[in-house]
Design a protein around this ligand. Sequence first.
Ligand code: NAD
Length: 501
Amino acid sequence: MTVSTPPLATDAARAFLAPPPKKLWIGGDWVTPQGGYFTTSDPATGTPLAEVARATKADADAAVGAARAALSRPDWAGMTPAARGALLWRIADLIEQSADALAEVETLDQGKTLRTGRMGEIPGAIAQFRYYAGFATKIMGQTITPSITYQPAGKRVTAFTLREPVGVVAAIVPWNSPLLMAAMKLAPALAAGCTVVLKPAEETPLTVLMLADILQRAGLPAGVVNVLTGFGHDVGAALAEHADVAKVSFTGSTETGRLLLGAARGNLKKLTLELGGKSPAVVMADADLSLAVPGVARGIFGNCGQVCVAGSRVYVHRSIYDRFTDALVAQAQNLRLGHGLDPASDLGPLIHARHAAHVAGFVTDARASGAQVLTGGGVAPQGDAFFHPTVVSDVRPDMRLMREEVFGPVLAITPFDTVEDALSMANDTQYGLAASVWTENLSAAHRMAADIRAGTVWVNCHSYFSPELPKGGHGISGWGTENGPQGLENYLETKTVCMTI
Ligand code: NAD
């Protein structure tokens, strides 16, 4: 059985997907690429969706040139902070007006359910622009009286700081939440006054191209944001090495993050790296299972586990282990796989069949080493990219399934006896992106939250996001923090002006 594509509900999505091929957005114009076009397809069915420009290094040079020119042009550099804030708000309004079409195209290109896009990710993108719109008018320096004693007789010394945009930003985003990840970078970068070259993942270029059209309609000056679709090793690498790019804001795998460290070396680019995870969930003996079971299930199966913070290791107190495991397995088995546009689907496909095979490899290896597959474990009949929600027990700490990011709907479940054991197992990883703790005990919640090494710890919830909540990785999960006031800092430099007066 393979799935078919339900009809699109919006004319705007249909119109966007129609030929001609999608060009690059550089300097406020749709530009023919130097490297031809590639096809982006629906992961659920394999059906081609659109031809999309394949940017090359020459295109990267043009886009960075446009961004560099826009940085100091009066229509952007001279725009008041209030006008910049209003512009961000206008972008949010236009995304909201196009939300249905954006959600449909995101589902077609990425596979996620329409509900995920419509209820979570598109509103999340809107919220990013509204949140950072307010920051544009609140970027301030300090005045300082320095303790300098060697100024000429009769003179005084005073100082102040200026906050300046860091410059041209290369924003490189992954395929799991394309529009939301783009918004998380664009909104603070624009609030700070930077200019941007945005590169979506080659698997999911479409909604970012729709966003380019929205930015244009909102009145963003030419060249302030440029969009390069294309491949990571190719145009992504060209941006990462580019001498006129001051900052790379990257979300993606730890492996690519490491490559960017090397690429940034030439001009010592600033880097924000939001990378992979192997996040634990700890379910204490007193947990409210009416919250914990669906919460842990959502934490790993949401977006088919293709979420950086997916709770892929769950540690459950032995006294409730059997009850919890049975309930969780039942939840996994109740999830309906299907095309993301079908309202009956709880889960869509993985990003492509190759990824499903990669995910299956983890389960095969674990099984061969003695792990027990309690449910799922392989590719589902809906199509080559569909993967059954999977729960695996008896996964030893040294197995690949316990150590590496799977980025699929596969959960390793393990019992624990003492809180110390749970903590030490939760922290037995080089990653440090997120964790959740499930308990009704206030002291236990605070202690675990303090002692788990991760950028975010949720208590009695998992994968809760909002622009107000800072989000970053410890360990090999990354450098820096997005969201919140910290997210703005990524795009600002401090200049100190010290004066003898
Ligand atoms: P990826 O690292 O393969 O690709 C991410 C982006 O980097 C894509 O746009 C890709 O084209 C580009 N890229 C690839 N090679 C490059 C190179 N050499 N130079 C410059 N750019 C290059 O990641 P992915 O498979 O698209 O996404 C999944 C990964 O993203 C997972 O590891 C996931 O955990 C991570 N992720 C992290 C967060 C977070 O906030 N920490 C959020 C979402 C996803």
